[in-house]
Write a new protein. Structure first.
Lengths: 256, 293, 329
């Protein structure tokens, strides 16, 4: 049984078909990558899976349960978490607080309990703070715990988004171009971080342009071009696939 | 109700509706160039009315000259407002800009109350008071002025936005500010022009309608709200829609006076505003520049 | 770095100091000053609610005078027209302002920015028209007279000092509630909504629900304030419940500092006491308020309290640098 199954997923904007009847599966424990030339529909697929947009046809199934049409926060609760291509941090909150927000779906103090500071709130707050700090250490940004998110460097901001997404205790995490803007050293560290995330039992699905990273860490790769899936398989096979090469049409495969 | 009664209401509604339409135009122009909603728009109408009366009665300018001078004065006020209050914070958040223009509206209201007095005032009708009979309804000549002015304004604006470089630049800037800057459009200068222009249009409405309904320092608030309702009704960003929206709103309001009662007249327009915002923010003829989750 | 419970406690020390100051004050001030401070408290209550909505959740309302009015009129009507107890009126005021907020909030909070502002503005104006036009219920422009003062059983809170204590106890309780909400999972969720609504959703926050809940809470705060107001001045008419007051509320929150609940308090003090000290300039009220609002937004958009704290931090940093340089010599 696949952890996440995408079936005939289709989305069009006016006349433009951004995602065209795409099918693929992601199995538990995999590191799977989604690649394709710009405009191929990759981020749209992320948005469709996470409920930010509704598909015109087809749907997504999580543990064989349909998640099509659910709202983003409901999908997050079910165990799918994500980062954003154009990093969406809570700039005016500290690093630690950003991660603490990630604990939201796994905690329960509501308005009433919080307003009157019932006993459960105190206990839960302590747990949230401790868990978040542990996660910050795991990711490697604990030293900046008190810094405001908006004051971090680019690489640190990417890490923080990942820490925050992990705080939701997902079964699968969707990373949207996590290596964008990172230098070689940072990209290497990112690769190692992704392995460590997988070792924790979390499935990883990422959209990425950095081919070196993709080919090195992925178990399987899905290739999209103009909204259609044109190939799926292990990295070595994908690299040789004629259609894939053609889709990238003369584009130098960086770091290959 | 008899036909002539309905007609009467419709005609008087058209005249109020023109003011709403012009105010809506003001909103649309500024929004089109900058994406800002100018909460002080209604005050430009008020200032047009009050200042023209001051020029005519206080400084004893001839009528047409007083009107022209008033429009120019308010245009300058609009430009100053943009430079001093908007420009410094042009990259700030939406809420900041909203609050600044709200402050502006309060400022104009207070200044008008102070410098131009608290009592309602009016200009004499441009071509006399004698109502013209039209299918059993009495029409003030001033209403014809208002209608004519509205028509001319719409035509000129259509021409401006479609055929002139400046107009096209404004549309480009509203569509995509960054791209507009890259192709060399001076967005900041355009913002200045749109505020000046909107102020002038608002003042124009204020001047032309003063002979019918008197001007008073606190009229800006309701006019602004209703003008915005008209703008949204017609589709924010659509100049023709703005004017049509204003006319529709004016007639609706007028008919409601006949059917319900005059006290609730304002509530009708406001209800229309809320309904449009909740149910169809893109309005009747609207663009897709809605702000909705 | 260890995360200790102390961190939370530390936040309640300023509260304790403040509460103490408030309670010691009456013995040192005149009756008139006490009455003014009662208004400060009432305004502070509305301001705190609005601050939670605007500063923390990042929404906007320029129609909050309407909820203030709903609270006042509900209390007034229940205690005069129906002759029921003050506390039933109080409860009804809370329920009604919350209910109306729910009704208007659900469609409105789907809107953003300008559209939300206009919707709240329109709502505020509609309520004002209703206050004026529904004469049977509200007394129209004449209003409602002879509203009884607050009382518990036989004890009536009649003197200014007694009312001062009631109002400020309520204010401080509501301040505690606000602080509790801010320093909680809910508070973080609200700030997350403000920071990035889509990221908040992706982190499991039901943003629509939270926006509505905080809107209702801010309306309830305003309703409570309105109720206290009615029982304090014993007479209400539509005059206080206008757009002007809604804007003044926004000024209070903004000037004090949107992102700080203490800013709302500071703003309430400043804006309520200002007209007292500017008696001479009363005619220029509107212009002065407008200039204050615009100046703050243009020059110090984060408001007085955060701006002040910022200055202190900068000062500390500069001090540090001097000491460092001196030690090198």
């Amino acid at each position: 049984m696949a952890l996440l199954r995408i079936e005939k997923l289709t989305k069009a904007y006016g006349g433009l078909v951004a995602v065209d009847a795409v099918n693929f599966k992601i199995y538990e424990g995999q590191i799977k990558a989604l690649i394709g030339p710009n405009g191929a529909g990759k981020t749209t697929i992320f948005n469709l899976i996470t409920g930010m947009e509704k598909p015109d046809e087809g749907g997504a199934f999580f543990n064989e349960q349909s998640i099509t049409g659910l709202k983003p926060h409901q999908i997050a609760r079910l165990g799918i978490s994500r980062t954003f291509q154009n990093i969406q941090l809570f700039g005016e909150m500290t690093v630690l607080e950003n991660v603490m927000v990630g604990r939201h779906p796994r905690t329960k103090a509501d308005f009433f309990a919080s307003a009157f500071r019932l006993p459960l709130v105190g206990r839960e707050e302590r747990a949230i703070a401790e868990d978040s700090f542990e996660l910050a250490k795991f990711i490697g940004i604990a030293s900046k715990a008190r810094a405001l998110a908006k004051n971090l460097s680019h690489g640190e901001r990417r890490l923080l988004e990942i820490a925050r997404a992990l705080a939701t205790e997902p079964e699968i995490i969707l990373l949207d171009e996590p290596a964008a803007g990172l230098n070689d050293r940072e990209t290497g560290e990112l690769g190692e971080l992704i392995y460590r995330i997988r070792d924790k039992g979390i499935t990883v699905f990422l959209v990425e342009h950095n081919m070196g990273l993709v080919m090195e860490i992925s178990d399987e790769v899905v290739v999209l071009d103009h909204g259609k899936k044109i190939a799926e398989g292990p990295p070595l096979l994908i690299q040789e696939d004629e259609q894939v090469i053609e889709a990238y049409l003369g584009k130098e495969i960086e770091h290959a | 109700m008899q036909l002539s009664q309905i007609l009467q209401f419709v005609l008087s509604g058209l005249s109020a509706g023109s003011v709403y339409g012009f105010t809506a135009l003001g909103f649309t122009i500024i929004f089109n160039t900058t994406g800002i909603i100018n909460f002080a728009q209604g005050e430009f109408v008020m200032l047009g009315g009050l200042i023209s009366v001051y020029y005519y009665k206080g400084l004893e300018f001839p009528l047409f000259f007083a009107c022209l001078a008033a429009i120019l004065t308010v245009m300058i006020i609009g430009a100053l407002f943009e430079r001093l209050a908007i420009y410094p914070r042009r990259n700030s958040s939406v809420i900041t800009l909203i609050i600044i223009t709200i402050g502006g509206s309060m400022f104009f209201k207070g200044a008008a109350m102070h410098l131009l007095g608290e009592d309602p005032v009016a200009l004499p009708a441009f071509s006399g008071d004698k109502p013209i009979m039209f299918m059993g309804a009495a029409v003030l000549p001033q209403v014809i002025w208002v209608a004519g002015a509205t028509f001319v304004a719409v035509v000129l604006l259509w021409f401006f936005y479609r055929k002139t470089i400046l107009g096209k630049a404004m549309r480009a800037s509203s569509d995509n500010k960054e791209a507009a800057k890259i192709v060399g459009i001076n967005v900041s200068r355009l913002t200045l022009y749109s505020f000046a222009f909107s102020a002038a249009i608002g003042a124009f409405a204020g001047v032309v309608v003063t002979p019918i309904s008197m001007a008073v320092f606190e009229m800006g608030g309701m006019i602004g709200l209703k003008g915005f309702a008209a703008a949204i009704l017609g589709g924010l960003g659509n100049p023709i829609g703005s004017v049509l929206g204003g006319l529709v709103l004016g007639v609706l309001e007028s008919l409601s006076i006949g059917i319900i009662s005059s006290g609730y007249k304002d509530a009708i327009s406001l209800l229309v505003l809320l309904l449009v915002l909740f149910l169809r923010p893109s309005g009747l003829f609207g663009s897709t520049k809605g702000e909705r989750t | 770095m260890q995360v200790k419970e102390n961190g939370i406690l530390k936040k309640y020390i300023p509260l304790a100091v403040f509460a103490l100051a408030i309670f010691l004050l009456p013995s040192h001030i005149s009756n008139y000053e006490m009455k003014t401070l009662i208004f400060v408290g009432i305004n502070a209550i509305v301001a705190m609610g609005l601050c939670l909505l605007m500063g923390y959740a990042g929404q906007i309302s320029i129609g909050h005078a309407a909820f203030y009015g709903i609270g006042a009129y509900t209390s007034a009507i229940i205690t005069t027209t129906y002759g029921l107890s003050v506390w039933i009126g109080f409860l009804a005021a809370i329920l009604l302002s919350g209910l109306v907020a729910l009704l208007i909030g659900i469609p409105s909070l789907r809107l953003k920015g300008h559209y939300l502002a206009m919707a709240t503005l329109g709502f505020g104006e509609i309520m004002f028209v209703l206050f004026v036009e529904m004469e049977q219920l509200t007394g129209g422009t004449e209003g409602i007279l002879s509203i009884p003062p607050l009382s518990i059983g036989k004890f009536i809170f009649a003197t200014s000092q007694q009312i001062y204590y009631v109002v400020w106890i309520v204010t401080i309780l509501l301040l505690v509630v606000a602080l509790n909400v801010i320093h909680s999972r809910v508070g973080r969720a609200l700030r997350a909504v403000h920071g990035s609504e889509i990221a908040a959703q992706a982190m499991g926050v039901n943003t629509a629900k939270y926006k509505i809940q905080i809107f209702v809470l801010s309306a309830v705060y305003a309703g409570i304030a309105g109720s206290l107001y009615a029982h304090f001045v014993n007479f209400i008419n539509p005059t206080p419940f206008t757009l002007n007051f809604s804007i003044i509320l926004v000024i209070i929150v903004v000037v004090g500092g949107m992102s700080s609940i203490w800013g709302a308090l500071a703003g309430a003090f400043v804006m309520t006491l200002l007209p007292e000290y500017l008696r001479v300039f009363q005619e220029y009220n509107l212009i002065i308020y407008a200039l204050i609002l615009m100046s703050v937004m243009i020059f110090m958009p984060s408001g007085l309290v955060p701006g002040f704290l910022n200055l202190i931090n900068q000062f500390k940093q500069r001090e540090g640098i001097w000491r460092f340089l001196e030690s090198k010599n």
